[in-house]
Design a protein around this ligand. Structure first.
Ligand SMILES: Nc1ncnc2c1ncn2[C@@H]1O[C@H](COP(=O)(O)OP(=O)(O)O)[C@@H](O)[C@H]1O
Ligand SMILES: [Mg+2]
Length: 320
């Protein structure tokens, strides 16, 4: 079963310099109970993708074409209000700044009860569930924590409380946009392990955005590599990291010699810049920066299936 299926999604922002094509023909799936990672440099369209799914695109942005099917419903054609109604029970989110999810003037306990507003449980039972959830994200003295306010917790704890709140109602899909980027390396490891344990327990799917290859390698079952608004490679993490078939992915991994085990905090730098998305260059989107460019790259490469489920948009990719 597929929880989220994105097909040929195109998102355009109106700008003074003309239309900026932030996502071009983006397609991928998030299957049931899988953790899918999106990786790519800053500006490649990760947040635009999340915002398109959640009905949170800026005023000047629009979905020009394509579909976003969540549990069989096309979010691309729902109005923003209807998408907001899905959020919470079925579709939940965690962002880089946990304070986006936490209200500073309401106690943690009351916020966690509020999330359970659709449940028929009595207040004490709701609190018991909250305590259980806080224990699962390893908040010490969970019963006492319900009475406290967000500012009384450290940054790492706030993010864990936000995760507890996001997973409380056992959503089908958790969307996490750089949830560990603001944490130090040790806390990042703990938070990732915790997220993985909770995901397994709840059995939800996760769409996890990060520019951090080490985290993606550790956490994700599948990976989608984006470059300048396009999916250049996707497949299982093992397929993509083990046999990178797009030169962009290969360069990202080259710069990270210990690969999976090495925790690079930054995406490695590749010479050159992202193309101007208002004027897409002809042919392969990565050609200007590619050290394996050929004459044929003046045309847009096809999506080549290297092995079933592993696809790369490059003339060099070979079906095996
Ligand atoms: N509201 C907007 N108006 C115009 N351009 C935008 C807007 N939001 C994002 N963009 C552009 O869309 C592209 C993708 O941005 P974004 O999705 O934020 O990338 P990422 O999250 O991967 O860093 C960038 O070129 C960015 O400048
Ligand atoms: Mg972003």
């Amino acid at each position: 079963m597929t929880v989220l299926a994105i097909e040929n999604l195109n998102v355009v922002f109106a700008t003074e310099g003309g239309d900026l094509h932030a996502l071009r023909d983006v397609s991928f799936k998030v299957p049931e109970q899988r953790i899918v990672g999106i990786v790519g440099e800053s500006g490649c369209g990760k947040s635009t993708l999340i915002n398109a799914i959640l009905g949170l695109l800026a005023e000047n942005g629009r979905i020009a074409s394509g579909s976003i099917s969540f549990e069989g419903e096309d979010l691309a054609h729902l109005d923003d209000k209807a998408i907001q109604d899905l959020r919470g029970p079925r579709l939940s989110t965690v962002f880089q700044d946990p304070m986006g999810a936490l209200n500073p003037v309401i106690s943690v306990g009351r916020q966690m009860r509020n999330i359970q507003y659709r449940s028929d449980l009595a207040r004490a039972e709701k609190d018991a569930r909250s305590i259980d959830m806080l224990r699962q994200v390893r908040i010490p003295d969970a019963a006492q924590a319900l009475k406290r306010y967000p500012h009384e917790f450290s940054g790492g704890m706030k993010q864990r409380i936000a995760i507890a709140m996001a997973l409380m109602m056992e959503p089908a899909l958790l969307i996490a946009d750089e949830p560990t980027t603001a944490l130090d390396a040790t806390l990042e490891v703990t938070t990732i392990e915790l997220l993985k344990d909770l995901q397994a327990e709840i059995g939800c799917s996760v769409l996890f955005i990060s520019h951090h290859l080490g985290v993606i390698a550790e956490l994700c079952d599948d990976v989608v590599v984006m470059y300048a608004g396009e999916v250049v490679e996707r497949g299982s993490t093992r397929q993509v990291f083990g046999n990178p078939s797009h030169p962009y992915t290969a360069r990202l991994l080259d710069c990270d010699p210990a690969r999976q085990s090495e925790r690079t905090r930054q995406l490695p730098t590749i010479p050159g810049e992202l193309p101007d998305l208002r004027r897409r260059p002809e042919g392969c989107i990565f050609a200007a920066r590619c050290d394996r460019r050929m004459d044929v790259c003046a045309a847009i490469p096809p999506d080549i299936e290297v092995v079933p489920g592993h696809v790369a948009r490059c003339f060099l990719a070979e079906s095996q």
